[in-house]
Design a protein around this ligand. Sequence first.
Ligand code: CA
Length: 318
Amino acid sequence: MAQKKMILDLDTGIDDAMAIAYAVADPTVDLIGIIGSYGNVYVEDGVQNSLKILELLGATDVPVYQGLAHSSESDHFDRMPVSAQIHGNNGIGEVDLPAPKRPAETGDAIDFFIKMVKKYGKDLILVPTGPLTNLDAAIKKAPEIVDEIGNITLMGGAVTVPGNVTNVAEANIQQDASAANNVFQKAPLTQVGLDVTLRTLLTKKETQQWRDLGTQSGRAFADIVDYYIKAYEVTSPDLHGCALHDPFAVGVAINPDFVQTISLNMYVTTDDQYYGRTTGDPARLSDPNPNVKVAVNADVDGYLKAFMDHTLTLFKQN
Ligand code: CA
């Protein structure tokens, strides 16, 4: 089977770091680039974190581009205090990784993405796991890419469960609901939202397996993710673990059998009361060929096994 190409669009906090590890580890995809977003952290810090994590994993040939720094509706971004609580001030659990030896690319992130769609077409997978600001900007600049790209699988939103920022809104969507609305109305998508990511949990039992490898990456990832698990003990004590939000989206992008989906024409509400809600678009409910596949059930055991197999193999080597 020919390897698919993958681009990640990340606001690199802790689960984004695990998404990088999954993408680097999976032999069926070739990670060809990372685009930086804001969200868990400021965009500059997220880019540095992506470079550090790639270096830790020996993946020093993956280019990292800095994307847009704030939402399409504002002129700046203020990091939410809860983001520091969950991901640490530095976004990677206060773990002090060495400064990256190489810089981010100097080119424009949106242009890089559009160019890769033109080059790889149906063989390209995009996985956004932060706000959809970069993808929205790319669609506005080159609308035809929605028909040319092979697969967009995003982490964001909540359809069958409440949100995590407000009762209706999940954080990635809520950061830029207007951009998300454009994406949800125009692009073919698979939505991996809180509906399924709150069921794919990691505990200290699994991070101990990484630590026991005795390698630099095994120890660092155990420290980083233990910080996340500890934060979840405070913010979500009912879960008994931390949610594998972003790495689950990468898993589903590669293997759609990890979820069951329903097909819907969707939009994102931008009124004050229900800001950032992902739901069926009343204007397109009966239109044929719905553009969004919403993940509503997860093969938790199958995914967790793949996640641990991939990460253990990768961390063993680095
Ligand atoms: Ca993220």
